[in-house]
Write a protein that binds this ligand. Structure first.
Ligand code: SF4
Length: 219
């Protein structure tokens, strides 16, 4: 073999670059799906995002939190919310934890539409479900680790994941690596079952978050 011959792969970008590119392309496909849906329903993509976010937050959310999740200004989120209120898809009510604050919630029509949107993205679920269980577990673990890194640099909005929850106890089993525990329900919690958006989540102290993210890298 002629070792001086140039490798046919020398121009291949590094793995990290190809992973980011793959995530970006998948994101584009999902956004296009949302665009098509938005157009058909007379909504814009930001409005579709709001419906999707509110679907798992039946208790209601503050406008500032919503803006943070969407990565837009409060004024921009406020415009989108106002349009959804006019369409009777979102309602403003008193926040359960503070009677003077306003919480945004889906109306019944909004909930029905948000559910339809979620079903409309089933092509993405089908694509992931076609993978083997071990591929899905590895992909989920990898994506969760990337989210953890992004959160370290404050580039990922707050999420209700087990890793940042005060009830989460990592690696509680001496015999089985990657077996954690949820202290709320007092049950073992395997890595593959870690939640991304748990309604019972209660934020842990920041130093506990960072300990948990590090601990998870051992999984
Ligand atoms: S309460 Fe929810 S987020 Fe917290 S550890 Fe248990 S399952 Fe995870």
């Amino acid at each position: 073999m002629n070792s001086s011959k140039k490798s046919p792969w020398s121009s291949t970008p590094p793995t990290a670059e190809r992973i980011v590119s793959a995530i970006e392309r998948i994101g584009n496909v999902l956004r296009t799906g949302a665009w098509q849906f938005a157009t058909a329903e007379g909504l814009n993509p930001a409005q579709v995002d709001i419906l999707a976010i509110l679907l798992s937050r039946s208790e209601g959310v503050r406008l500032s939190w919503l803006a943070q999740q969407m990565g837009v200004t409060t004024a921009s989120a406020s415009d989108s919310v106002a349009a959804l209120v006019t369409k009777n898809l979102v309602e403003k009510a008193k926040a359960a934890d503070d009677g003077r604050a306003i919480a945004l919630r889906l109306t019944l029509d909004g909930k029905a539409l948000a559910t339809k949107i979620s079903e409309g993205m089933s092509f993405a679920f089908d694509a992931v479900e076609a993978l083997t269980k071990s591929q899905q577990d590895a992909m989920y673990a990898g994506l969760l680790a990337v989210i953890g890194q992004l959160q370290k640099s404050e580039r990922f909005p707050e999420i209700r994941t087990c890793v940042t929850c005060r009830y989460f106890a990592p690696h509680t089993s001496k015999d089985k690596e990657g077996l954690h525990h949820c202290r709320l329900v007092n049950a073992p919690l395997p890595s593959a079952m870690l939640r991304l958006d748990c309604p019972e989540h209660e934020a842990a102290e920041p130093h506990v978050d960072s300990f948990n993210w590090k601990a998870l890298q051992r999984t």
